[in-house]
Ligand binder design. Structure first.
Ligand code: ZN
Length: 135
């Protein structure tokens, strides 16, 4: 079942923007809607637009596939550090597991909207793909 999210987030999904939350007290940024800062428990949270590009901070190639992904093949889960320093976990697409590198520049690529994982509900179907240098 899809979570009920405030209208602004639904609009964000349609516009292919990555919105985040910023604590105005300590400056912590995170992806998706929050009402309380995970660092300082402040409720002074503002909605910000996150950068759509970043680099791969770390990654794991996932070989053990859950049943719903059978036939999908190994996939790459990475921690991406956005241009403003916000870190998020996302799948890397359009990239072979043997080609992924730490520090690789990536850009936002929305694919699916709303899915559940063992970490909870993922509000956005955001994924990232390598930025191909256009030289
Ligand atoms: Zn805070």
């Amino acid at each position: 079942m899809m979570p009920k999210s405030p209208r602004i987030w639904q609009l964000a999904e349609r516009r292919y923007r990555l919105l985040g939350s910023k604590c105005t007290v300590c400056g912590k940024t995170s992806v998706g809607p929050r009402s309380v800062c995970p660092i300082c428990n402040s409720e002074k949270i503002e909605t910000i637009q996150l950068p759509s590009t970043g680099t791969i901070y770390s990654y794991t190639v996932v070989h053990a596939l859950p049943a719903e992904k059978s036939g999908y093949g190994p996939y790459i889960m990475a921690i991406v550090e956005l241009e403003d320093g916000t870190k998020l976990t996302a799948e890397i697409v359009d990239c072979e597991p043997e080609d992924v590198k730490i520090g690789m520049p990536v850009e936002l690529a929305f694919r699916l909207i709303g899915q559940e994982s063992e970490h909870g509900i993922i509000y956005y179907g955001y994924k990232f793909r390598p930025i191909i240098s256009r030289t």
